[in-house]
Design a protein around this ligand. Sequence first.
Ligand SMILES: *Cc1c(COP(=O)(O)O)cnc(C)c1O
Length: 425
Amino acid sequence: MKRETIAIHHGYDGDPATKAVAVPIYQTIAFEFDSAAHGAALFNLDVEGSIYTRIGNPTNTVLEKRVAALEGGVEALSVSSGMAAIHYALINIAEAGNNIVSLPQLYGATYTLMAHFLPKQGIEGRFSKTDDPADVEKLIDENTRAVYCESVGNPAGNVADVQGLAEVAHKHGVPLIVDNTVATPILLRPFEYGADVVVHSMTKFMGGHGTTLGGMIVDSGKFPWRQYPEKFYMFNKPEIAYHGVVYVDQFGAAAYVARCRTVAQRNTGSTLAPMNGFLLLQGVETMALRVERHVANARKVAEFLRAHPNVDWVNYAGFPDSPLYSMAYRYLGDNACSLLTFGVKGGLEAGIKCFDALKLFKRMVNMGDAKSLACHPASTTHRQLTAEEQAKAGVTPEMLRLSVGIEHIDDILADLEQALAHAKS
Ligand SMILES: *Cc1c(COP(=O)(O)O)cnc(C)c1O
């Protein structure tokens, strides 16, 4: 089936006990075993079923199946936030002494995780000079455990060469992990270009209404863990943290995500609340329609800003003269994302004046909400980075980032018009 249909139906055939048509919220911690033997089979992972909500819950299972299908993967694990998803995706394969090689421009907290937090646990984040896969390859060595990128960068809007990065990663026997939050599987499916694992902040376009934190880790099922019994011993040798299970034997193609659940999630507990799983399911159902409108509105906003005398520059991947265009066109076609940045004429001061004058656009650090949002990355999301780190992340002092919402375009443009008029005065 097509994505629009998968988003509404996949993973749920009605509740067998009640025939409920909407996915029920299984607001329970534990699930009863039929017998000691049934409990043992569940703990052995020999049969499917729920044990304890920290490890899995039927409401979240529907969401996991649905997002896995939307991405074209084999299995997924839902977690409490996008950052939890990214953290688990990395520590599932990297340990002290290992490194992760990443594109330089990342979501603020992801950058901090790799540059400052994981190194304290002995896992080094390495950032390539440019987005070019050849530059990424230079940093890969025998201790590298993954190549990492955002398919569309937040906030810079740069589109990664997912295929080129996958080739480089595979040449060196490591998986490519892609944060697909900004693009969503409606615009881009990284598995079609060779990515091995996709992570999401469900908080953004998936949920879509700025109400619910959530994260997802999706396994393509394609990475050949068996070919690397030493490097990826955690999938190939008995797991001491889970009474000797060998993931590639027990879970086959879904070995990676199974270990995320039974080791990272079971032992550290960043679990998605079932209520939040339910709320995110409501968002996923309408995601395709919303993304379509986000994309159409963003194009009109970009054109409006570029023609405006008070605007210095507009960074929108859908303009053929943008440095982002060739990669964006290759991976997104004409559907450049609804995230764009621009600089108000007059630098930092004028930028802040314009920002403060916005009325319809909410001043906040989120994106992918039905509402139009504006953010000043240098004073918020990227505030904790040094000026040099900010520049590397694609953040300049005067830059405003817009997440264009799904309101009527006339109202969106009217708000920008009045705010830009303020910036000049
Ligand atoms: C928001 C975001 C995250 C973090 O997600 P949370 O749900 O807020 O933890 C990670 N990556 C990208 C690209 C994001 O936009």
